[in-house]
Write a protein that binds this ligand. Structure first.
Ligand code: C2E
Ligand code: MG
Ligand code: MG
Length: 777
């Protein structure tokens, strides 16, 4: 009982307005039994009145009829209105029901008590007791919706009869009273149980409905299409998304279609092809977990659909449908980006390597000859620097276009980044075919391009490697690259086949690189100095610092071999820093009027902190800036002209002098002399060739005069003979001369002796001054 009432309370707490309305409804729901009850009560009461002829009982008949009429009337009115009742109105109706029920119960109670007490007629007593018992038990089945109403009703209807039975005092009546009371308790408990069962059923129904609602919401809001088919193929569930994706009409779903109907519907709506439809239907019937993707290129759409089939425990299958077109497209885009060059849309390095790898392994064993051509554009960097990157990009696209046009369908072209392109020429007869293609490529790529109203000319160099038995893609690429290096060294605009000895050259360069690193770490380098003589005073005005490397095995290595490699390796910055500081420190040991000239390679000159490097070297050595001369070549001026100009101006304002080395060998342009803050021009020794004839001499003198007129001092390099010296110094435009005639580059100790001799200082006795035939004053 305790338990029941506890769970009853718990249930009451969960009662929603809907359930509450259902409970109220249940009270009014049983119209028939109520009417029958009213009728039989009136009949029974009349029988007891007839039998006993008691007026009081007749009065009870009237009371019962009146109470019954009120209830019947209420029931009738409720039925007419129940459809439009609000919650408050329903609550009011509940109260009316309670009042009506109580009045009726009270009438019954009064009739029972009056019948029991006012007469001794056993038949009347029997009629009364059995009818009240029947009415109360009937009520238990009817009024379970409101438990306490029934309990109160039963107590009011039965209580007076129980009491009246007890009051009659005889043992039998007392026993009857007790039995009736016990019956009353049992009936009340029965009603409580019924109430609980009813309430639970209502709650379960409500929960189920809520669950079904949530399931429905989830089903129709999921991004996937979903269908569920029963074991016999009948459609159990389908969400809106599925209908939408397949363009299905809802009524196909409504009329209980099966899997075949649904798939046929999809096909006739043009959402999937007939072949896909058959495959899907087979999978549904197959009842095995599987994923398939259909590409349904119908007339209007090109979709990738992912279908997932999941068999269900009791037969049948769940079909999940997802449109993966967008995902597929972006996956394809990403993989395209990973394998193709974005600018030219040619395959990239990774792609090319893979493809060549496959082609080579397919060719394995077959007597097929192919060639790999490594192409590098000449002067592309200049185009990029002068016309800007957008033009450079357009140029690369134009190059890619020309290459594409020239190749056969079976050939393969890729861009390796920068200005490097690679071609794989398949199935050729001999190396001549590769040479022919290389020549055509060089010619075609060297033809003019029109880029944004600019006419651009570039060149191309090609390195060729032929396939051989078992060669890998990497080796082939490496070999072609070596051949390209050679082609460029041979003067660009040409092609070169790979030969075995190239590999040796590369290997020896690799070893040289290793040695160079070690040399810098171990300070194996030395500076030699070569004097520049002032032609007026006959004295040494400047000494040029020249790098020497005395290698234990290689012997003395020329700076022309060291510098390009150090530049390639990026070692030039560290090496240059060492040279600069060493040269400045050495100069401090020389007479005051003598300067030191230091060669700067283009790369070193364009490093970011060149200015602070120079400042620092001057600071640590204590050398005044005006005793430092920096020699740059024309190629330094070519690069990034604005930056170059700024750096030169800043160096100039520091007090450092700038001289233009090897003048006349590069892309000589007289405009350099005018545009950059240069203080000295060093005319290259090549100008001395054939100087004894008219034209070269006139040329040299012309350049010297022009430079002098522009306010620069003029030095001539490589004077080896007295005749050369006389010819260049005749018209007074040349101010300085440098060459073996005066002294070759000599170690620091020697140059100090030369300087002491030149500047009239007495060298220590143990030192012998070695000066060339032309003595230095
Ligand atoms: P450069 O700056 O034009 O130096 C002059 C080169 O001409 C030196 O060669 C020198 O030995 C050589 N020479 C001088 N007088 C005569 C002569 O009368 N006849 C002949 N045939 N040659 C003469 P070296 O020392 O082999 O240097 C070659 C080049 O290497 C230098 O040309 C310079 O461009 C570069 N270099 C040398 N040292 C350095 C350095 O410390 N840093 C940088 N960046 N480059 C350097
Ligand atoms: Mg020099
Ligand atoms: Mg020079």
């Amino acid at each position: 009982m305790q338990l029941a009432s506890q769970s009853g309370e718990a249930d009451q707490r969960q009662i929603s307005p809907k359930i509450s309305a259902a409970l109220i409804d249940s009270l009014f729901d049983t119209q028939g039994p109520v009417h029958v009850g009213i009728f039989f009560l009136a009949v029974a009461a009349s029988l007891t009145a007839l039998r006993t002829d008691e007026n009081l009982i007749w009065a009870c008949v009237g009371l019962l009829l009146m109470a019954g009429a009120i209830r019947a009337f209420d029931l009738q009115r409720y039925q007419a209105r129940k459809a439009s009742l609000t919650a408050e109105e329903a609550e009011r109706w509940k109260k009316r029901y309670q009042i009506g029920a109580m009045i009726q119960a009270a009438a019954i109670g009064i009739w029972g008590a009056v019948t029991m007490l006012s007469s001794d007629d056993a038949v009347a007593h029997m009629i009364c007791l059995s009818v009240i018992t029947g009415v109360v038990s009937g009520g238990a089945g009817r009024a379970y919706g409101r438990q306490w109403i029934f309990q109160l009703q039963a107590a009011i209807a039965f209580g007076p009869t129980v009491i009246a039975l007890a009051l009659r005092g005889t043992p039998y009546y007392l026993a009857m009273s007790i039995i009736t009371a016990a019956f009353l308790v049992v009936v009340m408990q029965m009603s409580a149980n019924l109430h609980r069962i009813f309430l639970r059923a209502l709650l379960a129904r409500e929960r189920e409905a809520a669950l079904a609602g949530q399931f429905d919401t989830a089903l129709n809001n999921m991004p996937h299409g979903l269908c569920m088919f029963r074991g016999d193929g009948e459609l159990a569930v389908m969400n809106h998304r599925f209908c939408e994706m397949m363009d299905l009409s809802e009524d196909l779903v409504q009329r209980g279609a099966n899997a075949a109907d649904i798939i046929a519907g999809c096909v006739s709506a043009g959402s999937i092809s007939a072949a896909s439809g058959q495959m899907i239907l087979a999978e549904i019937e197959n009842s095995q977990a599987r994923d398939i993707v259909t590409a349904d290129p119908d007339l209007t759409r090109n979709r990738s659909l992912s279908w997932t089939f999941q068999p269900m425990a009791g037969g049948g299958a769940v079909v999940l449908l997802e449109d993966i077109t967008e995902r597929r497209t972006s996956e394809a885009k990403i993989s395209h980006l990973a394998r193709y060059d974005e600018l030219t849309d040619l395959p990239n390095r990774v792609n090319f390597r893979d493809e060549i790898g496959h082609l080579l392994s397919a060719q394995q064993g077959a007597e097929q000859l192919s060639a790999l051509l490594f192409i590098d554009l000449d002067q592309f960097k200049q185009v990029n620097d002068t016309l800007g990157h957008p033009c450079g990009d357009q140029l690369l696209c134009a190059v890619a276009g020309r290459l594409r046009e020239m190749l056969r369908p079976e050939d393969f072209v890729a861009r390796f980044g920068g200005d490097e392109f690679v071609v794989f020429q398949q199935n050729i007869h001999s190396p001549d075919d590769a040479a022919g293609l290389a020549r055509r490529i060089v010619d075609r790529l060297s033809e003019r391009y029109k880029i944004d109203n600019h006419l651009v000319e570039i060149g191309a160099s090609v390195g060729i490697a032929m396939t051989s038995h078992g060669v890998s893609a990497d080796t082939l690429l490496k070999n072609a690259d070596m051949a390209l290096y050679r082609a460029k060294a041979d003067g660009r605009g040409t092609f070169c086949f790979f030969r075995e000895e190239m590999a040796q050259v590369v290997e020896s360069r690799r070893i040289l690189e290793l040695d160079l690193r070690k040399a810098l770490a171990n300070e194996e380098f030395e500076l030699f100095f070569q004097p520049l003589v002032n032609l007026k005073s006959g004295r040494i005005s400047t000494c040029e610092a020249l790098l020497r490397w005395n290698h234990p095995v290689r012997g003395t290595v020329s700076p022309t071999d060291i510098i390009p490699i150090a530049e390639d390796m990026g070692l030039i910055v560290d090496l240059g820093r060492w040279i600069l500081r060493k040269a400045c420190m050495e100069c401090m040991k020389w007479p005051e009027g003598v300067s030191v000239a230091v060669n700067f390679s283009p790369q070193q000159f364009h490093q970011r902190d060149v200015l602070s490097e120079v400042r620092y070297a001057l600071e640590v050595s204590g050398l005044p800036a005006n005793r430092l001369e920096i020699e740059i070549t024309e190629s330094s001026l070519l690069r990034n002209t604005q930056l170059t100009h700024d750096v030169l101006s800043q160096l100039h304002s520091l007090g450092v002098r700038i001289s233009l080395d090897d003048f006349g060998t590069g892309y000589s342009s007289l405009s350099y002399l005018h545009n950059f803050p240069l203080q000295k021009v060093k005319i290259d020794r090549s100008f001395l060739e054939g100087i004894d004839s008219d034209r070269p001499l006139t040329l040299l003198r012309g350049v010297a005069r022009l430079s002098a007129d522009l306010g620069m001092s003029v030095a001539v390099e490589g004077i080896e003979t007295n005749e050369q010296l006389e010819l260049i110094s005749a018209d007074g435009a040349v101010t300085e001369a440098q060459g073996y005639l005066f002294s070759p580059p000599v170690p620091a100790v020697r140059v100090r002796q030369l300087l002491n001799a030149s500047h009239g200082r007495r060298p220590p006795d143990d030192q012998i001054v070695a000066v060339s035939s032309r003595s230095i004053a």
